[in-house]
Design a binder for this molecule. Structure first.
Ligand SMILES: N[C@@H](CCC(=O)N[C@@H](CS)C(=O)NCC(=O)O)C(=O)O
Length: 234
């Protein structure tokens, strides 16, 4: 049964892969949450106060405080660490030190290198332009697909090394983050990953899990209104 007014509120937009990452962690743990829309490019003053880096998401835990800075946490990685402590089962951060280190690295790598290549390099030039009524920046997106993304995917393919999960023997924060950020590309472009077979298999398995598919479906509904069919960037 879902709460009418859940304790956890994610400020942001489902179009953000980092918002979907936090939503995915909540879904994996069976924790109720709500996404409260905030336009990060024109934020209300109260949001600026709780988001020092002027980014989404920011989490509010209403069980701590209903307003002000208390009970809020910026940054998806900090938020996911908080949710893990508050709702430990199922664990999404491996217990084994080596696996934990790898999971945290892959999370960071996906949040930065993959998000720059796929989000800033591909999603933004297409979707931001279309949203403004401009022609999609396909040249920039094709350049990112051909040149910026492959070294990042090579690294992921090598570290995954044909396994089902990036770290340990169960879904972790690493798998959730990679899937959410990769799906940012899927919002606007076809995703032929045959050159990275291990990653392709991982992505295919992850994208059908409710923790990935449910937040993505909300984002896709919004994006498809402006962009009915993803582009072929090859
Ligand atoms: N490391 C941050 C990244 C958050 C981030 O970059 N969010 C984007 C939206 S996807 C944002 O707020 N962008 C605002 C901007 O670029 O001004 C996290 O994991 O939360």
């Amino acid at each position: 049964m879902t709460e009418a007014r859940p304790d956890l509120v994610i400020y942001g937009s489902p179009i953000s892969p980092f918002v979907r990452k936090v939503a995915g962690v909540c879904i994996a743990k069976g924790v109720d949450y709500a996404v409260e829309p905030v336009n990060v490019f024109n934020p209300p003053a109260w949001f600026t106060d709780i988001s020092p880096m002027k980014r989404i998401p920011v989490l509010r835990d209403r069980s701590v405080a209903e307003e002000g800075r208390a009970g809020t946490i910026p940054d998806s990685s900090a938020i996911c660490g908080y949710i893990e402590k508050k709702h430990p089962a199922p664990a999404l951060f491996p217990h084994d030190p080596a696996a934990l280190g790898e999971a945290l690295f892959i999370e960071e790598f996906a949040d930065t290198s993959l998000a720059v290549a796929g989000g800033i390099g591909i999603f933004r030039p297409i979707f931001f332009a279309i949203s403004k009524g401009e022609a999609p920046g396909l040249d920039k997106a094709r350049e990112a697909w051909a040149e910026k993304l492959p070294p990042v995917l090579d690294c992921l393919e090598s570290r995954l090394d044909g396994r089902a999960f990036f770290a340990g023997d169960a879904v972790s924060i690493a798998d959730i983050t990679v899937a959410c950020v990769l799906m940012q590309i899927a919002l606007v472009a076809e995703m032929p990953l045959a050159r990275w077979p291990g990653l392709d298999a991982h992505f295919t398995a992850m994208r059908d899990l409710p923790m990935i598919a449910t937040p993505y479906a909300t984002a896709e509904t919004i994006v498809r209104k402006a962009l009915p069919t993803p582009f072929d960037l090859t």
